[in-house]
Structure formats: C-alpha cells, structure tokens
Unconditional design. Structure first.
Length: 360
C-alpha cells in the first residue's frame, strides 16, 4: 500500500470540506487514526479501502486499483436486491443487506435511507417491546439526521424527513416531528399537483388520474385515522365513508393495489359490529375476504385499472413495498383468531370463513 495514500485522503477530504472527525465517524474509527494516515505515520487497514473510496465518491483506482464502473454496478446490485426484499416483505433480510452495503459504502445516502425505512417497517411485524423499539428509533434518527446534514438531493431528503417525523413521534419528540414536517412542501407545491396543471394531452390525463388515486386513498386514510379516535356511530360513519370513496372510483371491483386498503376498512367495520350485530359483522368479513383474495391474486406484471376514472393508471406487485411475507389471507386468518371475534364463535358463516382461509 502506497504511503502517498495519506496525502490522497487529505486532498479528497479538504476538497469536500470534510473534517477528520466526520470521516472517522462514517468509518467507525477514531479521528486520531485518520490523522496518522494523513501524517504518513500509519496506513488504513485493507478492509477500509473500499469504504474510503466510496465515502469520497471516487473509484478506488484513485486510492488503489478499482474503476468507477465496477463501483456503480455493485451499488446498483445492492439497490436491486433491497427492492426485491422490500417487495417480498422480508425486512430482516433487507436490514442485514443494507448494513453490509453501508460497511462497503459508508456515505451512500440511499443505503442509509433504505436501512432506516426497513427498520421502521419491520417494527410493524414485531411484538411490542418498547425498549427495543426506542433503540431502533434512535438509530433511525441517527441515520436520518446524518442524511439531512450532508445530502443535498431533494428526493432523498424528502423521503428522509418523512421517516424522521415518524421516528421522532415514536420517541415522544412530537414537537421535533412537527417542526420537521413543517419544512416539507404543502399540497399545492408538490410535484404531482404542479404537473397536473403544467402537462398537456395524454400526459396530463395520466397525471390527473394519478392524483385522483392518491387523493382518494389519502381522504380514505384520514377518515380511517379519525375513525380510530371516535366511537359508536361516528366511527362507523367515517369508515363507511372511506369505503364508499374506494367503491366510487373502483365501481367495477378492479382495485388492484387498493384491495389491501379496502380489506382493512372492511375488517375494521366488522370489528365495530362484532359485539352487537353478528350478521352485519359477517357481511363485512366476507367483503374483507373478497378483497384479501383479490389482493393476493394481483399480477406481478403491470396491469391497468379498468375504471374510466383511472384507466390510464396501473399497478405491478413487482413495485409494491410490503411489511410482511405473509399473504393477505394468511394475515386475515391470524387476525380472526384474536379476542375481537369471540362473539362470533358460534356463527356458522364465521366458522366457514376461517376454514376457507386455512385452506387457501
């Protein structure tokens, strides 16, 4: 290893206005070690060769003997693998992959963001453990704050702030979450809103249909969130309004991606009725079964919606992020084994539903 490597590190570090402490922090070493490299009294460990090159965003040929094309191909390979794991809902494997990727590319902001998102999504599948969740959220905050401090790319920053808001809230730092959220663009300043007025022809139609899909989902989501804060008939009214929004757009039953959301609304409505109206509860459970089965059957290849309101839009399961490896019907069956449904234990339709789900 050439003794001039220290001079190269110092040159690259100063060009990028990076302190010895920051470089050391990214590499997980002491700043004194960096100082020794630059003074020529010590050399970096061979295991730090690639991380050093990737931190500075150069091919290792500038440090040693690797070209930029190989580096770019390796980064792309990590990105493709992480997308596939997200698509499968295998968050644990995605977390392990991104930790490995960051050992090799310690300054790759997309890898940091993917790791933070995977940790956050994995929490939805874990048993409640407040101590473990707090430690995970602290790690998420650490990654996100580092990205916001050093990364200037807008899309990465916006995705980071979204994750950071949730992590702050879960850590009880609600004011920090609100302050971060207030830095994000308003609805009227978002890309999709602006494009719908700037584009023309088929592109404008497609953009407006995409906005319809998002707005319907978002309105239904907010109605559902409000429903959880209410009780009795008000809760039911909010949930039924959310269901009607989806049914209005997907009047032909071809909801593709949105089957999973409609399924959740039907399941919550069934919970509302379980203790007081078994017939109505089962009615909504059967609706939930239909949408769970439809969600499991959505093709992997790109498929268009057939509703006239959104027929320029489509969906592919290959691009869907999941938080669980289970099928919708598998999750449904697990939920039906909970205490919420004890009042339906003697209902023959309820028993038949569970039997069908067990066989699916």
């Amino acid at each position: 290893m050439d003794i001039k490597i220290g001079e190269t590190i110092k040159k690259l570090r100063k060009e990028r206005d990076v302190t010895q402490e920051k470089l050391a922090d990214y590499l997980g070493i002491s700043y004194q070690a960096v100082s020794k490299w630059e003074n020529g009294t010590a050399l970096p460990d061979i295991t730090l060769v690639v991380p050093l090159a990737n931190f500075f965003g150069v091919g290792t040929d500038e440090l040693f003997s690797q070209n930029k094309q190989i580096t770019d191909e390796k980064i792309q390979e990590y990105e493709e693998k992480s997308r596939k794991l997200f698509n499968l809902g295998d968050m644990k494997s995605c977390i392990s992959l991104m930790r490995k990727a960051l050992e090799e590319y310690p300054k790759n902001y997309r890898f940091m963001l993917t790791l933070a998102r995977a940790i956050q999504w994995n929490q939805y599948n874990q048993a409640e453990d407040n101590d473990a969740k707090s430690k995970e959220n602290e790690e998420i905050v650490e990654f996100c704050e580092r990205i916001l401090e050093d990364c200037a790319e807008t899309n990465t920053r916006n995705g980071t702030m979204q994750i950071l808001c949730t992590a702050y809230k879960d850590l009880g730092q609600r004011e920090k979450a609100i302050k971060t959220a207030e830095e994000m663009p308003s609805f009227s300043a978002t890309r999709d809103w602006l494009l719908s007025s700037l584009c023309e022809g088929d592109r404008q139609i497609k953009q407006k249909q995409g906005n319809i899909l998002f707005c319907i989902w978002y309105a239904a989501y907010e109605l559902t969130e409000l429903a959880h804060k209410l009780g009795g008939e008000e809760k039911i009214a909010h949930l039924e309004a959310a269901l009607k929004l989806h049914e209005t757009i997907f009047y032909d039953g071809n909801a593709l991606y949105y089957h999973t959301w409609i399924f959740g609304i039907c399941l919550e409505l069934a919970r509302c009725y379980a203790a007081k109206d078994a017939e109505k509860a089962v009615e909504y459970l059967l609706m939930a079964e239909k949408h769970a089965a439809a969600n499991d059957a959505v093709p992997e290849e790109f498929t268009r919606y057939t509703s006239i309101f959104v027929n320029q839009m489509g969906h592919s399961t290959a691009n869907t992020l999941k938080s669980s490896t289970e099928t919708s019907r598998g999750q449904f069956l697990n939920w039906l084994n909970g205490k919420d449904w004890e009042q339906l234990s003697g209902n023959s339709d309820f028993a038949a539903l569970k039997e069908r789900l067990a066989k699916s």
